[in-house]
Write a protein that binds this ligand. Structure first.
Ligand SMILES: [Zn+2]
Length: 76
């Protein structure tokens, strides 16, 4: 089974939490190895998510804030 960009997007909250199953993690890694777009997205989200968790609500453009809130599964 091949993971699509949408599949990875759905798993991003767990991915960022490190709470994926081993097989999900493997599939995500395979997808990331072949998809530059998702790699960039994950890198951005990881960096911003870390800041977000450390410093709370940041002054961010609405779109970015919504993406992070969605990734973290919280209300913006
Ligand atoms: Zn992708």
């Amino acid at each position: 089974m091949t993971m699509t960009c949408d599949d990875l997007d759905l798993l991003l909250p767990e991915f960022l939490d490190g709470s994926l199953t081993t097989s999900q993690e493997e599939q995500a890694a395979v997808h990331l190895a072949t998809c530059q777009q998702c790699t960039i997205e994950v890198n951005e989200l990881e960096g911003v998510t870390k800041l977000y968790k450390e410093h709370g609500m940041l002054e961010l453009p609405n779109e970015a804030r919504q993406r992070i809130a969605r990734a973290l599964d919280i209300e913006s």
